[in-house]
Design a protein around this ligand. Structure first.
Ligand SMILES: [Zn+2]
Length: 496
């Protein structure tokens, strides 16, 4: 072929490929994104009935944009040296998130905007760490390997023999001498949950390793992917340790299984910082009585923290926007929005509300906590965790009358907010300390990606954000048709 005919052949081939693509529709379809994933606009959504058109302006695409704005604050605070970045309580990241929420409150015209500051007790920060696995004359370093949250520092550089104990049951440890060694435990997550087998309520492997004298404890987190996670070894664990992802953990397993002598070098230096501050930010949308509805969302988070808790912040801001757009005469109660301080360091803002409930909550009719509200249901597919197009069902909590329980569940059903088939016996998360002090509601979901580098906006479906915000808006409207006594738990009302 001449060059000209070669060129003509290429052009004809390209035209054929283009027309093929047009015929199959794959390259051009609006239902698929550029990477082949189903676009969010094609996810399952329940249509709005005629009676609920007023909630139609609550739009998941805009809510997702708010999630991205919050995760961008984290990305601006990324620190590759320590990997301990995000919107960490007491740092600039959390402060920027607070400033962001405060700006939104001002834009929406909320009143009585103020900060409530708290002194933090001594805070843990990994000042620096150097962890390597040595085998066959090679040194391995792993991206996912980070000190366990609140790990004790090592006394200089330790050079330890590595021991593999599987999932760390009594059978795995039987006859093993782990004293003075680096113990590797493979921890299996409960599918769909951040709970994992090595922890105290399940296999107890981490405690067992400490009791048997391990010098360092390594936990391989998960059965898929390669998560970097900020997770504690447990409150009673004084042995230094680290978490690592599944793929990196498999490399260590293969080295040990291959009969090599495997050693670990680990140095962890901790910076204990005093004098740090955190703060909650308040904004009020005035109603027509002196009664109040509180809406909370915690500000801090690890890594991008899209689910935990940009998703909750998005719901809170969307509710503020929705009700700010209504005339004040339609708002029976003041709505007080609170971006709360330091959730991952014991929630001082909610504790303060509990401690001062006689005064601070004297006029409060209801509290709604917005936390981890929308995450894609996971499916395990070989060593990969796949996403689906439905929001994962949430744990839920209602403290109040049967009438409140019913109207909340009706709102969830109306907008397609899936929940577990039993209510929790306590309110997990930010509202835990204050949830029994007044009628209160929340939904919350804590999947495998929580506190990991994969808590990114892609895991937070628009459809779920939208459904939850619409449901909460309807709950507020219906609660505003009822007096406070109708919301209180029955036994409390009777006792008074
Ligand atoms: Zn959270």
């Amino acid at each position: 072929m001449t060059r000209a005919t070669q060129l003509a052949t290429v052009i004809v081939t390209m035209m054929l490929m283009t027309s093929d693509a047009t015929e199959t529709g794959l390259a051009q379809t609006s239902r698929l994104g550029p990477d082949g994933s189903v676009r969010e606009g094609a996810y399952i959504r329940l249509p709005l009935s005629a009676a609920n058109q007023q909630y139609g302006s609550i739009d998941g695409t805009r809510m997702k944009q708010l999630v991205r704005e919050v995760t961008e604050i984290s990305l601006a605070n990324r620190d590759d040296r320590t990997k301990y970045w995000g919107r960490i309580a007491g740092t600039r990241g959390e402060e920027m998130a607070r400033g962001y929420v405060e700006r939104k409150f001002r834009e929406l015209g909320l009143s009585d905007i103020r900060n409530q500051q708290f002194d933090l007790p001594t805070q843990w920060f990994p000042a620096g760490y150097d962890i390597s696995v040595e085998a066959g004359g090679r040194s391995y370093r792993f991206d996912s390997l980070v000190p366990a949250l609140r790990s004790r520092p090592t006394d200089g550089m330790l050079d330890l023999e590595a021991v593999w104990v599987g999932t760390g049951s009594t059978a795995d440890f039987h006859g093993r001498d782990v004293a003075g060694k680096a113990v590797f435990i493979h921890s299996i997550p409960a599918p769909g949950s951040m709970g994992h087998s090595a922890g105290p309520t399940w296999e107890g492997a981490i405690s067992r390793a400490q009791e048997l004298g391990a010098a360092a404890i390594f936990v391989i987190y998960g059965i898929s992917d390669n998560f970097t996670i900020w997770q504690s070894l447990g409150g009673n664990i004084t042995t230094p340790g680290a978490f690592m992802g599944y793929r990196d953990g498999n490399t260590v397993k293969e080295l040990i299984g291959g009969g090599e002598t495997v050693r670990v070098k680990i140095q962890v230096d901790i910076d204990y910082r005093d004098g740090l501050k955190t703060a909650s930010v308040f904004g009020t949308l005035p109603g027509t009585t002196d009664e109040e509805i509180y809406i909370l969302a915690h500000l801090d988070g690890y890594f991008e923290a899209a689910l935990d808790n940009a998703s909750g912040i998005s719901v809170m801001l969307t509710l503020a926007e929705h009700f700010a757009a209504r005339p004040q005469s339609e708002r029976r109660r003041n709505i007080i929005f609170v971006g709360t301080a330091g959730h991952h360091v014991r929630s001082p803002g909610s504790r303060w509300m509990h401690d001062n409930r006689e005064t601070a909550l004297a006029n409060a009719a209801l509290m709604i906590n917005c936390e981890h509200v929308s995450v894609k249901q996971t499916v395990y597919w070989g060593p990969e965790m796949r996403k689906t197009d439905i929001p994962s069902p949430r744990r839920w909590w209602v403290h109040g009358s049967d009438q409140l329980v019913d109207l909340v569940l009706d709102a969830y059903r109306t907008f397609g907010v899936a929940v577990w088939d039993h209510m929790e016996d306590r309110a997990a998360g930010e509202m835990g300390s204050v949830a029994r002090d007044l009628p209160s509601i929340q939904i919350i979901r804590s999947p495998e990606i929580k506190h990991t580098d994969q808590d990114i906006p892609d895991w937070v479906p628009e459809a779920g954000l939208e459904a939850v915000a619409r449901a909460y808006a309807k709950v507020i409207d219906e609660v505003n048709q009822l007096g406070r006594s109708a919301l209180q738990p029955e036994q409390q009302t009777e006792g008074q």
